[in-house]
Design a protein around this ligand. Structure first.
Ligand code: PGA
Length: 247
């Protein structure tokens, strides 16, 4: 299975810095023989510029979120069909920062995933436990519940990607042990996704403080289908270092 390395720029980059980053990645990708799927998810207003900067390269572009409706009175929101119209391939849905900052529920994430699929996008559906939930031994229950609540019927390994991102590892420099990552990815594939008939072949990304120095060992884990990268996706050197770490 080809690994997917997706950069989540979050609320970072402006016109000049974002364009330069995208151009730098496109150049690297055009010179590389590394077989990995590479995507960047810039802030929504930058998407047309980043699509332009990465055209004629294998770098794909995604949105960081989408609304569940196709159009209407939803100030500040972006529809999945507009992302597709602009040339996006992916939409991240249910990131823990949106679940926390905007109170997004599993039901809303499910509706957003449905909208992304209807628009022909690949949905990157984020799940992950808080530190308190992990300490209480509830990580699998929480993640299993999020997958149960956030995944609509009708997804396939070609249209849905799961990103397992423990909330306590995002932006903190801390990561679970390799054994813990392997265990929860195995749980997601064999239990949580299997009950949706999706266990085989669906990519499950790991996210949370992935950087060039830890990427190789994380990406070598059998059930890890790639990485969703925040902070380390903001420089060509760091992001490309992670892509180069794909086995
Ligand atoms: P991080 O963020 O790599 O900065 O920890 C990952 C994410 O939130 O997707």
């Amino acid at each position: 299975m080809t690994k997917l390395i997706a950069g989540n720029w979050k609320m970072n980059c402006h016109v000049e810095s974002g364009t330069a980053l995208a151009r730098g990645l496109a150049d690297k990708a055009n010179q590389s023989s590394k077989s990995a799927d590479v995507a960047v998810c810039p802030p929504a207003p930058l998407i047309p510029l980043i699509i332009e900067a990465t055209k004629n390269s294998p770098v794909s572009v995604g949105g960081q979120d989408c609304h569940w409706e196709d159009s209407g009175a939803h100030t500040g929101d972006v529809s999945a069909s507009l992302l597709a119209d602009l040339g996006c391939t992916y939409a991240i849905v249910g990131h823990s920062e949106r679940r926390a900052d905007h109170g997004e529920t599993d039901a809303q994430v499910k509706a957003k995933t449905e909208a992304a699929l209807a628009a022909g996008l690949i949905a990157i559906v984020c799940v992950g436990e808080t530190e308190a939930q992990r300490d209480a031994g509830d990580a699998e229950t929480v993640v299993g519940g999020q997958i149960e609540g956030s995944l609509p019927a009708g997804g396939t390994p070609d249209t849905v990607v799961i990103a397992y991102e423990p909330v306590w590892a995002i932006g903190t420099g801390r990561t679970p042990s390799l054994d813990d990552i392997a265990a929860i990815h195995g749980f997601i594939r064999e239990k949580a996704l299997a009950s949706h008939g999706l266990g085989d072949g669906l990519r499950i990304l790991y996210g949370g403080s992935v950087k060039p120095s830890n990427a190789a060992e994380i990406l070598a884990i059998e059930d890890v289908g790639g990485a969703l990268v925040g902070g380390a996706s903001l420089t060509v050197e760091n992001f490309w270092g992670i892509i180069e770490s794909c086995p």
